[in-house]
Design a binder for this molecule. Sequence first.
Ligand code: SF4
Length: 103
Amino acid sequence: MTAVNDHINYRTNNPAFGYIPPAPELPGALCAEVDSELFFPHPHATTQQEEAKSVCRGCPARTPCLSWSLAQHEALPYGIHGVWGGMTEDDRHKLLRTHRRQH
Ligand code: SF4
């Protein structure tokens, strides 16, 4: 297991962040280089949200990370917490709601 995935596992296993299913391998994940708590902002902490999103924008693992997070978000009754793939929990709710309306 790489250090990157140790970091992702910390994010998915830490009870302080609520239940989050184990993430897939995300090679090159840039969030491994910053404090995990940055990715779990309070819903109104817009500056922190934007800071986390800006890390995701340059991340080579963004596409698989976003796909995984959207799938988990849809599968779980209350979604998953945190910024994943450049989207907050609220962003995922909105995107999935729009997608359901269109299909
Ligand atoms: S897209 Fe963001 S949350 Fe996902 S692995 Fe990259 S930095 Fe981490």
